[in-house]
Design a protein around this ligand. Sequence first.
Ligand code: SF4
Length: 290
Amino acid sequence: MVYYEGRVFRPPSEAYSLIVQVTIGCSHNKCTFCDMYKEKRFRVRPIEEVKADFDEARRMYKQIDRIFLADGDALMCRPEHMAEILRYIREVIPECERVTSYGSPASILCKKQEDLDELHRLGLEMIYLGVESGSDEVLRRVNKGETADEIVRAGLMVKEAGMKLSVTAIAGLGGDELSEEHAVKTAEVLSRMKPHYIGLLTLLFEQETPLMRDWQEGRFHLLSPMEIAAETLTLLEHIDCEGSVFRANHASNYVNLAGTLNRDREAMIARLRQALDGKIKFRSEAFRAR
Ligand code: SF4
């Protein structure tokens, strides 16, 4: 069995990938809406442990097409460390077609462009980057630890290296007070980065987080399905991301949307208007999940 410490998270598109932990936890671990790595203290795993996981996976599986490097920001390890892991994957699992990883803006910005270029040359194909919001005020309130400009710079470095960029934003993260700003500024940041893939999730509380406590104690307003639809409509009205694949069809979303921008923007806006007019049902709370 490949070794996993604690709960392991992966993007939905990595459901059939071999997952190997290069790091444990998240180096930031302070976002007020996130409970993913709270029980873990961040560390980079020794290279021999990571290699042993790949050896074990090789013994277990004849064919491994995709590999996802976890945890929260696996890219936080030194570039030489990641390069050695990528070389080892090529040696031990030569048939692998795609290696991907989460990457926080900080883990990208602390590298030189040529480091990222080299990691792409060695097989790192795609980075999943959490944008969450394009509003500096929302980012500050949720303690993201990054500004919108830093997030854009990190995203552009990933694209410059030739890697695919997949980002997520979270509808409702600004509450009612910052909903409009959150929508407009997130559209602006996405338009500046033009990621290959955009995933829009909707804020949902499952396990206790500081933001959930704010909500329970009346300091934060969790948007209703109607308010989320209106916010998403504003975001789509302001976005200009020619060629980006846009998806809001995650289990957390109230209304499923999927299309390629800018081509399908009007169709997705029309679907949201139908939801606001009561012609499309919102996903029931009982069926929502992260
Ligand atoms: S950077 Fe990502 S994984 Fe880390 S605390 Fe924030 S949302 Fe969670």
